[in-house]
Design a protein around this ligand. Sequence first.
Ligand code: ZN
Length: 243
Amino acid sequence: MRVAVISDIHGNRHAFEAVLDAIERSQCRELWCLGDLVGYGAEPDACVELAQRHAAICLAGNHDLGVRGEIPLERFSRGAALAARWTQETISASTREYLDGLAPANLDEAVGLFHASPRDPVWEYVLASLQAELCLDAQQHRVCLIGHSHVALSFSRAAGAAATGQTRDPGEELDLTTGEWLVNPGSVGQPRDGDPRAAWLELDLECWSAAYRRVEYDVAGAAAAIRAARLPDSLAERLAFGQ
Ligand code: ZN
């Protein structure tokens, strides 16, 4: 089965719709989302509705949990906390209900799914090889999917070797048939790897391969929605830079 894997949508409907269009044209049969539907962006209800309609699996991210009131907003940066408070005041009852039903990990599939990392599904940013090593030691599945850092990357470890990792460009393919892996699709709604295009991953669970994808979207539209909501201007500006 081919699965489309996405993460970190962050209330960016424009980016989410562009990714859904691309997935529609692919051979993916299911959509799995690694969390952070809301936070930062101005259209949380629309994004939750799209996730509800299209995602077979959806995890909770730290921002979703912050909006639910399960993580104190003091743990977030100023801009993120402001956006979380705005989201709390804005979202509909049905959005709230959907977010309330999500968990930050799913261990029921052939690969492990975590919003952040196998040893800390909510908060750990896996960006360095030593960290990846410890996560690979902790994980029960040979291959795990992670989000949270908003960077398209992978870490892997062959038997008896040390873990290595790198950021991944669109079109790059991973051979997942051997070794242990942590695979991050990058972010749909707020990429931070210098490429403003919305990121997603095509995962083939029969051939054990994965391919990184990127799609252009209406960045100006998403930024205008953030400004119209009177959210911090920096949240609008960063989208154009992929930061
Ligand atoms: Zn996020």
